[in-house]
Design a protein around this ligand. Structure first.
Ligand code: FMN
Length: 361
């Protein structure tokens, strides 16, 4: 079924539908990946919150259930040097919330849990040979890149500006994900920290298309056939969709997150660094309003999150989302609550029908 105006992503990945289910650490399950890949799209497994053993177990489950192409995704941040002074200032800022919750502010906080791609994760890639490997926050060092490439995997990564897209393309990626400002979760930025100048999907996609020779995948605020058709009109050859898949039964998110998504409108989200230390888009809640949404006090990624963990656990135990990261893009309101397999097919069919209507007139 190749009636798409641009089939470069279909041909590159060996898939039938140009719909990539976004890797979403902490929310995507193997069941979601299997369902999307079986539907003909590209299921993506995020590894940032997995240990090597957990990643192997998830890949065993997926490989046993589908022979279709899959994507495995990694973060490529550099773990920060310990900064006790900054951590103390952060703990002091959050101490009143501990007192309010009846928790001891001096209890040692767990470390923030987000693991970067390394030699051990690379060995998993070499053993399981996913058809696609995607990176967030740039690329790993050249030696690891070479090893991933040697497995035959197509390598892709997110760009939030034209400069980042060019940087990725110069280092040999097979496709660029153009991640617009609307997108849910962490910004993939790696050459800039300036969130005030981040670019929306409508402006970013055609400028990246003009700047690089590899195919471009549009991401951010795409939630139905209209968004997919628009992405193709802008020159994208595929789309990566995250927030819509959070509404599927295969997503594993806390009930407070699901509830926040269900009531989210166009202006319910903001970029915040209070949960991890890196800017990410989520539904506004109490901690974002009172401490952020962007705070100079938040320690470097991913260490900010540990101090919030006890507050989050306590609040969620009585149904409060005050301290939970409620990642969401700006188009949550457009999501259809369907199972992942049906959603993938419905998104593609809706987009194809719209593209046909637009090209016939
Ligand atoms: C809950 C959530 C978690 C995410 N986690 C990751 C991740 O682990 N790796 C990654 O590359 N992108 C991650 N993203 C970003 C997505 O890959 C994608 O760019 C984004 O969801 C697209 O925008 P949309 O949410 O408006 O569809 C995440 C997004 C969300 C909503």
């Amino acid at each position: 079924m190749k009636h798409w105006p641009d089939t470069r992503i279909l041909d590159l990945f060996g898939i039938d539908l140009p719909v990539i289910q976004a890797p979403m650490a902490g929310a995507t399950t193997p069941e979601m990946v299997i369902a999307v890949s079986e539907a003909g799209g590209l299921g993506s497994l995020p590894s940032a919150q997995y240990s090597v053993e957990q990643l192997r177990a998830a890949l065993d489950e997926i490989r046993a259930a589908t022979k279709r192409p899959i994507n495995v995704n990694f973060f490529t941040h550099v773990a920060p040097q310990p900064d006790p002074v900054r951590l103390m200032a952060w703990r002091a800022r959050l101490a009143p919330y501990y007192v309010e919750a009846g928790l001891d502010p001096s209890t040692p906080a767990p470390a923030g849990a987000r693991a970067p791609f390394d030699r051990l994760f690379c060995e998993v890639v070499e053993a399981y040979r996913p058809e696609v490997v995607s990176f967030h926050f740039g690329l790993p060092d050249p030696e690891l890149m070479k090893r991933v490439g040697a497995t035959g995997a197509k390598i892709i990564s997110s760009a939030t500006t034209v400069a980042e897209a060019r940087w990725l393309s110069e280092r040999g990626v097979d496709a660029v994900i153009a991640m617009g400002f609307e997108a849910g979760g962490h910004r993939g930025s790696f050459l800039t920290e300036d969130m005030a100048t981040q670019v929306g999907t409508m402006a970013l996609v055609p400028q990246i298309v003009d700047a690089v020779d590899v195919p471009v995948i549009a991401a951010g605020g795409i939630a139905d056939g209209r968004g997919i058709a628009a992405a193709f009109a802008l020159g994208a050859a595929g789309v990566q969709i995250g927030t819509s898949y959070l509404f599927t039964p295969e997503a594993r998110i806390p009930p407070v997150h699901r509830a926040a998504l269900e009531r989210a409108g166009d202006d319910s989200t903001a970029l915040t660094n209070v949960f991890t230390g890196r800017p990410a888009r989520g539904v506004l809640n109490r901690i974002m309003r009172e401490v952020g949404p962007l705070s100079d006090l938040a320690p470097a990624f991913p260490t900010a999150g540990g101090t919030l963990a006890p507050l989050r656990a306590k609040a969620e135990s009585f149904g409060s989302d005050d301290f939970t990261n409620l990642w969401s893009g700006q188009a949550a309101r457009l999501a259809q609550p369907l199972p992942s397999r049906k959603l993938t097919v419905a998104l593609a069919n809706d987009a194809l029908a719209r593209i046909k209507r637009l090209t016939n007139c």
